[in-house]
Ligand binder design. Structure first.
Ligand code: NAD
Length: 244
């Protein structure tokens, strides 16, 4: 299939996990794709790679401008770069709060601000933000992370309202627990990683973790003309976790 033939896409955090699977899927479906990442050294052709730190506005503007020049325009922005945090409100200090909000929320604001002038030139403009079920699920030990993703959900709805008349759609995906290098790092830090993984899988209604490719599929749908009248929505990709 070639749902993305002729479209140009940019994926932040595209060197690993969900972002990487998304960049590869969009490219396989015909898009020209650029990746913005802190460490894009592992990104291979046909993906274009640009180094950027989403907490640094100048870095984002420079990388986005270079990527748009390489691509020859921009139709799709995937705001995916993000970091995790564990604990209750007593466990994270102000510095940790500002750091996670800076990456997970302001990072999306910076890339979107830099991308909007280019997206306005597109006939198929779409933004997809990687949110999380943490935005609405009330997960224990995730106060800071959940607050950051709650902000991403609200930001998605507000951006959808602000830009719908310009022909720019804005949606988000809410993944559950996804088998990415991030989750592997958390499991590896446990005393018995194999037992921890088995316990995590057992807690999933579907009995397994979500794959990065499955989240990429949902992002690709929301980014493609197939969802041309869908804006301001959150699509859960959580193996049945939502509401449980
Ligand atoms: P990952 O750690 O595998 O990949 C994240 C990528 O983002 C990395 O390549 C990293 O270099 C990049 N990145 C981090 N900080 C950056 C910065 N300041 N500037 C530029 N790039 C930066 O993680 P993942 O599991 O693929 O997560 C991707 C997104 O999915 C995140 O927004 C995360 O919150 C969200 N998410 C993940 C899960 C999960 O279970 N893995 C669940 C729900 C939501």
């Amino acid at each position: 299939m070639s749902d993305f033939e002729g479209l140009k896409a940019l994926v932040t955090g595209g060197a690993s996990g969900i972002g990487r699977a998304t960049a590869e899927l969009l490219a396989a479906r015909g898009a020209e794709v650029a990746v913005l990442d802190l460490d894009p050294s592992s990104v291979d052709k046909p993906l274009l790679a640009h180094r950027a730190d989403v907490t640094d506005d100048a870095s984002v503007r420079a990388a986005l401008s270079a990527a748009v020049t390489d691509l020859g325009g921009l139709d799709v922005l995937i705001n995916n770069a993000g970091i995790g945090a564990q604990g209750t409100v007593e466990d994270n200090d102000d510095e940790q709060w500002w750091r996670v909000l800076d990456v997970n929320v302001l990072g999306m604001v910076r890339t979107t601000r830099a991308a909007l002038p280019h997206l306005r030139e597109s006939a198929h403009a779409a933004i997809v933000n990687t949110c999380s079920i943490a935005a609405t699920a009330g997960l224990p030990q995730r106060a800071l992370y959940s607050a950051s993703k709650g902000a991403v959900l609200s930001l998605t709805l507000a951006m959808a309202a602000d830009h719908v008349r310009e022909g720019i759609r804005v949606n988000c995906v809410n993944p559950g627990t996804v088998d990415t290098p991030w989750v592997a790092r958390l499991l590896d830090a446990a005393p018995d990683p194999a037992a921890e993984r088995a316990a995590l899988q057992a807690r999933q209604p579907a009995g397994r973790l979500v794959t990065a490719a499955e989240v990429a599929g949902a992002i690709a749908y929301l980014a493609s003309p197939l969802s041309g009248s869908t804006t301001g929505t959150a699509l859960a990709v959580d193996g049945g976790m939502q509401g449980l």
